[in-house]
Structure formats: C-alpha cells, structure tokens
Design a protein around this ligand. Structure first.
Ligand SMILES: Cc1cc2nc3c(=O)[nH]c(=O)nc-3n(C[C@H](O)[C@H](O)[C@H](O)COP(=O)(O)OP(=O)(O)OC[C@H]3O[C@@H](n4cnc5c(N)ncnc54)[C@H](O)[C@@H]3O)c2cc1C
Length: 444
C-alpha cells in the first residue's frame, strides 16, 4: 500500500464532505480530517441548502425513511419581510411547483445533516475499490499545510503526525487560517466585510408547526427579515421551519456592531419580542444557541487566488457566499466548489500533474459555474443590500405605507400614491429612493 494519498481534505463541513463523496465514488485514495468530534459538531447554519447538487451526491435521498434522513423539510413557502418596530410587511410566495424532486431548497440542521452526509461518504468509501485506503478522521486539528522543496503543497501536519498527498483541498470554513498560511490570503483580513451569525433552535411540536405555518408533510417555510430585526445594525434576520423546531437568527455586520456598541444576543432577544416573531415562536423552548462568523458575500474578502501548486481552497474558506437579499447561499456554493475541486484532483491524477497550471482548472470550472457567475453578476446587489438606507429607512418606509394602505377606518381614504408620497417624505426622500431604485434595477 502506497502511503501517499491522492488527496487530503481539511474540514468535514459541506465543502469537504462533498469533495470526499466525489472522490470516494471515483475510487480515489483520500484522507478527510475534521477537528470536531464528528462531522457537523462545529457547524452552525440557519439554514437552507439551495440547489440540487445533493441529489448528485446522494441520488434520490428523498426516498429514505424521513426519520433517518439528514434534512428537515423542503421549502415550498418563501417570505421576505420588511419590519419596523410594530409592523411587518411581507412579500409572500407559496407554490406547489417547489414540491418536485429533486427539491431546490432543503431546511437542514447542520449537526444532523453533516453527520448524515459523512455516513453516506463512509458508505461510498466502503463500496469503492480502495475501501481500505481512504479514511474519514475526526477529532483531529490540522495545524499546518506542508510544502516540498519546490514550494508545492504535499501534505499536512496534525500534532506530531505528518500525512502526504499529491493534492490538498482546504475546506476549513470562514476562519481560513490554513488558507492564510499557504499564502493565498493576507494574514490580516479586516472585519469590514465580515458578518457574525447568531442562531437559536426553538423546539416546538410538529403539529403546532404544521398548523401555525400551514405546512403539510415535509413542506417548510423560509422567511428572511430586513429592518427592525437588526436594531439599526447592518444585516438581516431569518426564521426557518425544521420538523420539530424553528431556526431563528440574525446575520450582523461585525464593523457596524462594534461601532454601534451592540451585542448580537441583545438584538436577537429584541427581534424575538417583535409581535410578528413572537406570534410565530410562541410556546417554543430554546434548546440551542450558537454563533459563528459568516462571509458577507463581498468579493473584496475573497482570497487573492483559490489554487496554487498542489492545493485548492473550497467553500467558505474561499469566501464563496452570496446574500443579495433573496437568500443566503453558502452551503450550496460549498457543495459545488467541493465537487469541482474533487473533479480537478481526478483530472490532475489522470494527467499525472498537480502543478499550479493544472490546478487552475478548478478556478476555470468555478468561473463557468453559477457560483462565480452569480457572485460576480450580483456584487452590485450585495453592496446595495449593505447600504445604510436598507437598515431602517427603506423598511420603515415600506411598513409606514403598509400601515396606511391596510388601515380601513371612518375617515376619507386618500389615494395610494398620496399614502406612498407621505411615507417617502416621513422616512426617506425621493432622491434616496430614486438612487436606490436605480441601483436595484441595475443590479437585480
Ligand atoms: C447563522 C448562519 C446562518 C446561515 N444560513 C445559511 C443558509 O440558510 N443557507 C446557506 O446556504 N448558508 C448559510 N450559512 C452559511 C453556511 O453555513 C456556510 O457558507 C457553509 O457552512 C460553508 O461550508 P464549508 O464547508 O465551506 O465550511 P464549514 O461548514 O464551516 O465547515 C468547515 C469545517 O472545517 C473544520 N475545520 C476547520 N479548520 C480545521 C482544521 N484546521 N483541521 C480540521 N478541521 C478543520 C470545521 O470544524 C468545520 O467542520 C449560514 C451561516 C451562519 C453562520
């Protein structure tokens, strides 16, 4: 047995496990190292896994016994809510077309999902031709990425142990210390374009969730929030229905939090007290609280390059994430980039070449995929969403208009355009509105 692997994957999150699955299915010898006690132990997510790549990794996963499956519900009901301190104005979309396999949005709880996916990877290893030569190792922290005398990455160091491979996929998530160590990103990354996510899992019995959110079977709802949710801090809120719990949380700009001297947990508590949220979580019991840094989707924080001799960076370690107001897309980007990195390893093995020139194929594949196409195409929208006006001015305007429009009383009713004009004058200005509308029209 050759003691060198085709590939070592650092990180058993979505990017790492997706790469591993692809390698296992193609009889490649690999070692995946995860620092958590099990895959998913260290992972936090809101979270909806968008896209259909899971069906490629685990074909027909939806036919599994729902009680054994790693996912919670598929999304058939989407809602985007603007909030002020007393109102909530939503764009609401529910459709049966979502109820088609492969599902395009799955609500997941990461500790459960990642563990399930790791089991599927282990099954694929067991069925591969190199079943005794590929491994998933947990509870091990990779300290260092090793390079040979020519500067090509050729392995990793964990404690006193060294392991060698033709290639390394770094899928370590947003705290990308090893990415910095190999020189693909500056040692210091300013917090300006980084967010922090805080999330609670609120237990609630399944019948209550089904009735309260008008769900049926495994259907689920995703709700994003702008405005009062973040108490004046850049960011947004979310609420997702799991089978027997709700995931409720916020994603907040680190720089803005620091400058406004606010604490994420206080903002989360305030968010939960808003009448619209309080009605949704009533009777539930908080069973988990977690916090995690998350990319803003701003390409200015991406590593300068995502490959070098013998190495590729996948998932959020490469800051592959987008949040242009419609959804947070980090998990699907992690999945696709993991798959593409694994494909690159296989092609490199075929060519007998793991040099930088060969690894560039990974970048090309990502550029051709929806991941970098969308990140580039919607950078303007990401930046518009982070404009100060989106924090309260616009949500206040929308809610103020909604309050006037939906109120019926015994005084003469003005025309809607007059109501809108009043809401603009009170909360913003025509100039600001025009500026933002033009940006939105251009970027969305
Ligand atoms: C509050 C919140 C809500 C979110 N909501 C959504 C959502 O709804 N939809 C969505 O698509 N995305 C969402 N995201 C983003 C999403 O969670 C990430 O983009 C995604 O998890 C990135 O996957 P990854 O595999 O790249 O990294 P991770 O999932 O972070 O996995 C990295 C893994 O590497 C391991 N690791 C790190 N360093 C080492 C080391 N040195 N040695 C060994 N192991 C190591 C870690 O333990 C971890 O398991 C959310 C994030 C947050 C914080």
């Amino acid at each position: 047995m050759d003691d060198k692997f085709d590939c070592i994957i650092v990180g058993g999150g979505i990017a790492g496990l997706s790469a591993a699955m692809e390698l296992a299915k193609n009889d490649m010898k690999f070692l995946l190292i995860e620092r958590g006690e099990f895959a998913g132990a260290k992972n936090v997510s809101g979270g909806v896994l968008w896209g259909t790549d899971l069906a490629r990794l685990v074909p027909e996963y939806w036919t599994e016994d729902p009680d054994e499956a790693g996912w919670e519900r598929f999304v058939n009901h989407r809602r985007l809510t603007f909030m002020d301190d007393q109102s909530a104005f939503s764009f609401d979309f529910k459709s049966d077309h979502f109820d088609a396999q492969p599902y395009k949005g799955l609500v997941v709880l990461r500790s459960k999902f990642d563990r399930w996916l790791a089991d599927k990877v282990q099954e694929a290893i067991d069925q591969s031709e190199v079943a005794m030569e590929s491994f998933l190792a947990t509870n091990i922290l990779v300290d260092k990425v090793l390079k040979d005398e020519n500067g090509k990455v050729n392995g990793i160091k964990a404690g006193e142990e060294e392991f060698f491979a033709d290639s390394v996929i770094i899928a370590e998530g947003v705290n990308n210390l090893l990415t910095r160590q190999v020189g693909l990103q500056d040692e210091y990354v300013p917090a300006d374009h980084v967010m922090t996510g805080v999330k609670e899992v609120i237990r609630m019995d399944r019948e209550t969730i089904d009735e309260r959110f008008q769900l049926d079977g495994l259907s689920g709802m995703s709700n994003e929030f702008l405005g009062y949710a973040t108490d004046g801090v850049e960011g947004g809120g979310f609420l997702y229905t799991n089978r027997a719990s709700l995931s409720v949380g916020l994603v907040l700009g680190l720089k803005d939090l620091r400058e406004k001297v606010k604490k994420p947990y206080d903002i989360l508590n305030k968010f939960k007290e808003h009448p619209a949220i309080a009605d949704m979580i009533r009777g539930g019991e908080v069973v988990e609280y977690s916090a995690h840094v998350v990319s803003s989707g701003d390409m200015r924080v991406m590593p300068e390059e995502i490959y070098a001799d013998g190495v590729m960076i996948a998932g959020e370690a490469a800051n592959l994430l987008m949040n242009a107001g419609k959804a947070i897309q980090g998990m699907d980007y992690a999945m696709r980039s993991g798959i593409l990195a694994a494909e690159t390893v296989m092609e490199a093995k075929e060519a007998g070449d793991f040099s930088k020139q060969q690894m560039k194929t990974y970048r090309d594949k990502l550029e051709e995929s929806y991941v970098l196409k969308d990140m580039r195409g919607f950078q303007g929208a990401v930046q518009t969403l982070h404009q100060p006006e989106m924090v309260d001015e616009i949500p206040d305007l929308v809610c103020d208009f909604g309050r006037k429009f939906f109120t019926v009383d015994d005084s003469p009713t003005p025309k809607a355009r007059k109501m809108f004009s009043e809401a603009v004058s009170k909360n913003s200005s025509w100039w600001n509105l025009m500026r933002l509308s033009l940006k939105a029209a251009k970027n969305l």
